[in-house]
Design a protein around this ligand. Structure first.
Ligand code: ATP
Ligand code: MG
Length: 351
């Protein structure tokens, strides 16, 4: 038999009055895994995390840690480390004292506390700030101290609730890399709550997309991005164009689909000839190319949003406006530029 999962939620629900904050959630997290819970505001991420921590009890269902049901085990009897959005360090205690707090509570002998705090400060790369108060630290440093405080107890489970959302973009990027490094080097099972797709894609081994208290899809970052199981999940990861098409022939898992302007493409799928489809295409898979006279969707640029590395274009085409995101390596096309749209059948997803 394989080892029991680090954490399992079995058909867990949490109701507040008539609101189902978490609704029939099944989740299995393997030992050492880094899982991101991703979803928009109010989808039940924090409630899920609080139940894993023991700060909240499920209305129904079971939470199982390493094979043991822990529904009734309170937070102080579980070995979890937590880091929240507003790190809430004790303002009148030094960094050292903040980190040492959980160890004192556990009655760890003083010399060992000193050793472990020093080690935790090294892990978060702040060995020189032990004697400073939180007010003498930058926001990013405070957040690292909060991480040190969570890992110093050597938790079985590390829970993060949007720990980077209060930081500016540069610091957020830096800490993403840093947190992932720390998690991998210590091998602690980690659940990371975020509403930021980039954060989830860049940090997690596995992403669980939530909506309305329910799980909508789970998989590796690549799975979720490449093979979204619904229009909802696809739209959650960026801008999406919708194109109408009609199946002209089908067989062997591929359909020939006629779009507008005499364009016809092979698309994965098996719908019968004559079927009208709505096809979805990510903005970054639509390319603007010079018109070479071959059958193509044609239009003109109506909007330009220069993002530095990328340029986002609005393109009027027939009665529709499509969005295209292109690397900014070529000159930026001005508004009014006539363009042809290049797309590949394999990038089209049935809605
Ligand atoms: N103590 C509570 N009493 C009543 N309703 C609650 C309580 N806690 C959460 N809810 C409701 O449950 C739902 C899920 O809340 P939760 O805090 O888990 O969302 P979230 O995904 O963390 O959102 P955010 O991204 O805004 O932090 C929301 O509709 C919220 O209003
Ligand atoms: Mg929340």
């Amino acid at each position: 038999m394989s080892a029991p999962a680090a954490v399992e939620m079995r058909r867990v629900s949490r109701h507040y009055g008539s609101v189902a904050a978490v609704d029939d959630l099944d989740l299995t997290i393997a030992e050492g895994e880094f899982v991101a819970l991703l979803g928009s505001s109010g989808c039940g991420k924090t409630t899920t995390l609080r139940m894993m921590a023991g700060l909240e009890q499920p209305s129904s269902g079971d939470i199982v840690v390493k094979g043991r049901r822990v529904n009734d085990v309170p937070v102080h009897a579980r070995n979890v480390g937590m880091v929240f959005q507003n790190h809430a360090l004790f303002p009148h205690r030094t960094a050292f004292e903040n980190i040492a707090f959980g160890l004192k509570y556990r009655k760890v002998p003083k010399p060992e506390i000193a050793r472990r705090v020093a080690r935790a400060l090294e892990v978060v790369r702040l060995p020189h700030v032990a004697d400073r108060l939180p007010s003498q630290l930058s926001g990013g440093q405070q957040q690292r101290i909060a991480v040190a405080r969570a890992i110093v107890i050597e938790p079985d489970l590390l829970l993060f609730d949007e720990p980077l959302s209060a930081l500016d973009a540069g610091l957020r990027d830096e800490l993403r890399v840093e947190l992932k490094r720390i998690q991998k080097s210590l091998g602690i099972t980690t659940v990371f709550v975020t509403h930021d797709q980039q954060e989830a894609l860049s940090m997690a081994d596995r992403i669980v997309v939530m909506h309305g208290g329910r799980k909508r899809q789970e998989g590796t970052p690549e799975d979720i991005y490449r093979a979204p199981n619904s229009e909802f999940v696809m739209r959650f990861f960026g801008r999406v164009n919708s194109l109408p098409g009609t199946v002209t022939s089908a067989g062997g898992g591929t359909m020939q689909v006629a779009l507008a302007e005499g364009v016809s493409l092979p698309v994965p799928g098996d719908a019968a000839p004559g079927t009208k489809l709505s096809l979805l295409l990510r903005a970054e898979r639509l390319r603007l190319v010079p018109d070479d006279g071959t059958p193509a969707l044609r239009g003109h640029v109506t909007g330009v949003d220069y993002l530095g590395m990328m340029v986002r274009y609005d393109v009027a085409c027939g009665g529709e406006t499509f969005q295209a995101i292109q690397p900014a390596e070529d000159a930026v096309l001005p508004i009014g530029t006539p363009v042809a749209l290049s797309l590949r059948g394999e990038d089209l997803v049935l809605s």
